[in-house]
Structure formats: C-alpha cells, structure tokens
Design a protein around this ligand. Sequence first.
Ligand code: GLU
Length: 465
Amino acid sequence: MVRTRFAPSPTGYLHIGGARTALFSWAYARKHGGKFVLRIEDTDLERSTKASIQAIHEGMSWLELDYDEGPFYQMERLQRYQEVAQQLLENGQAYYCYASKEELEQMRQQQLAAGLKPRYDGRWRDSKKTPPAGVKPVIRFKNPLSGYVAFNDLIKGKISVSNQELDDLVLIRSDGIPTYNFSVVLDDLDMRITHVIRGDDHVNNTPRQINILKALDAGLPEYAHVPMILGANGERLSKRHGAVSVTQYRDDGYLPEALVNYLARLGWSHGDEEIFSREQLVEWFDLASISRSPAKFNPEKLHWLNQQYLKKTDSNRLAELVKPFLSRDDCNFDQGPDLIAVIDLLKERVNTTEELADAAVFFFRQLEPSEELRQQFYTLESKTILSELLKKLIQLENWSRDAIHQTIKETVKELGVKFPKVAMPLRVMVTGEVHTPSIDAILELLGRDETLKRMTIQMDKFMDS
Ligand code: GLU
C-alpha cells in the first residue's frame, strides 16, 4: 500500500513551498488509496516553536490536507533513535567521535587552505585512542569508503554518488538529539513510508540516508524530489516576493480551493487544464508529470484563479468569509441591505473576499467622495439635475430596480441631458465611488429611506453651498 508523508520542521509559518510538497504527497496517497502521514520534525530545539506547529496545523486544515496518521513528533521518539544508534555501534557500523568543535574547525580550515572540500576525516573511525576525559562524544555513521550509491528518482531520474564524496555523518549529537538524516531514515522506516516526496533541497541527503538504510538491512522507499519554487525574478521564493505563508492567503481573502488548484499547477500539469477540482487533481495526479525544472510563483495568476473560484462560490458561504472584514471596516451587516444580495451583486467584480468586503462597505455606511470626485461631479449643473431626480424619487411608489431605472430615464428625457449626467453624480453621492455595479440595482438594495437620506445629505455639499 502506498504510504506518503509530510515532514515539516516547525521553524516558521507553513509556506507555499511546504504546502505544495504536502499537497503532492497527499494527492499521491489519495490517488492510490494509500495513507498520508504527518510528522513534525522538531529536533531543532532552538528554532522550533509551538506557534509554528500551530501554523502548520491551521494551514493544512484550511487546505483540507487531511492526514491518516500522526502527527508524530520526533522529540517523542528519542529513545527509538538511541536504540538504533546503539545497535549500529554494536555492529561496528557506527562509532563515538570525540573531536571537539575547535578541532573540527581547524580541520576544516586546513582542508580549505589545501583546496579540498571540507569533510570529516574519520579520525575516530577506527581509533584505539583513549577517549579524552569529560568530552561527550557524538555518534557517527561509518559510511562505506568505496563504491557508489545510486537511486532512481521518480522526478529527476537516475542519480548516482560516489561514497568518497560522503563523510561519516553524525547520527546522534552529544546532547543525545539525532540529526535530521538519522531521524528521517528511522521515521520513514518505522512509518513504512513507500514514497518519500519532498523538496529537492534534500536530494543531496538521500545517498546518505540510503547508506544508513542499507546498514540497517532495510528496503528503500521510492524517492521523488520536487524542484523548488522561484519568485518572478528567478530567485528562490521568499518574503520579498509577497506573501509566502499559507495562512496569510487565508487572511487576505483567498479561497482554499483556489490556492490548492494554484499550488497543484506549480510544477505539475495535466495537459492544458488550468482550473480543476481537488477530485480531478486526485484522479489525474502522477509523479511523472512533475516538471524537472523549478516552478515560478506568479501572484497575479493566483489572484486571477481566485476570482474564477469566487464568482462560482455560493453567496451564503462568501457571506461568512466577508463578515470579519466588514466588522473590521466598522460595518454593521445585521442592519441595512441583505448581505447575500449585496454579494450576489458584487462577486463577479472582485478577486478576493477582502476585495468583496471593501466593495460592499458603502452599502452599510455612507462613504464621503474624495475631493477629486466632488470637484468633478458636484457641479451646479449636477445639483439642478439631481434635485429633479430627488423630487421624483421621493414620489416613487414602487421602490424597485425597474422603477428606479425608469425614473432616471424620465429625468434624463425631461432635462435633455445624457444618462451619465444623472447616473454618475448620483452614484458618487450615494456610494462615494465611481466604479460600482449599476446604480438602479444599488438603490434598490439600499432601500428608499437610506437612498433619500444620503442624497439629501450630499445635496448640501454641492458647489454653491
Ligand atoms: N523536515 C524537513 C524540512 O522541513 C523535511 C524532511 C524530509 O521531507 O525528508 O525541510
């Protein structure tokens, strides 16, 4: 049975790259009816935080990347790593190394000075020396001295590395905490992971991990190293390229299904399909279609994709997403027009739920037009026109979109002016803006009392007052 995992280090927010790796591992497991495991790699005590673990959980649950097993925490498995390290020591496949930090640094400097690649020189590998007193040793792995490690990466193809390139890596630090390469091997083994899908920043670790697995007489999982994500300028994606944290996108008003769709297309494709559901992703997903070259993160495309999803989303759901933004903008959405109707009117015009809220504000409180708009629209001529309209609207019996439209048309006809001469200043008076949906629809939703109140207030602010 296929078993995949996502193994984040909780040292920051869940970023776009991590979420994509998680998505690929999740999709692969789902496609094959397998299991998806969550493992928190929290052995970096200085950098791991509870807040980051929380962000990982929040991000994954928002994206609905549900896992079948875990979360497992490496810090709860220390005994297991110790146990296996002891076993390797007993079998002569690992050894204690007492080299001090200063000694290792000196070794490094000498190698660099001699034009060599810095590597541990194996000085304690077969040493019969008496260990120095008071030094807590590390446990190092006896990497094979000759031969090659080869594996067939499911994305990158055949990879082969000479053992001479690899030194004796530390398995357990002097404080008893395992290194990444050791814990990851035991975890993947114990959790029976069949497919290790991860970022290609780890591809150089894989030969080391394979050597440890071989020393343990264990079978190898398949490996799939996903190329990294770059910003538009070709540099590795970072904060400089805009938001990279998954929960930030949630907070900025993106829909999780849009982000899932976008992340899936980041380095993976199924023909020319741009918009597809989570179910289609699971049906189509395969590792062979992951691109071998890095993907480019394009925030505008994500923005566009979000709009495609947003306009098809049920307005009741959007209402719940918009409410926190409206509250933040001092809007009481329990009073005034029906929020669902407002959303129906606006959702085709915006890209995010935050933009949707921004566009809805004027329905819930009157916005003053900018000085620039007043100069342009609050002219004497407009005042005469709008006074006429106001008179008619006060008398209008049936406050419906059609009737309002007819009233505007009548005013236009009677005064012999063009439609925008009425509609534009009216729009500015009532909404404070010029880019809005059709004015009759807005007035209908705002209601008679609110419309007349707003118009009356604004009438006093025209040029001659
Ligand atoms: N904890 C590692 C990281 O966050 C991932 C290790 C792995 O997937 O093997 O980069």
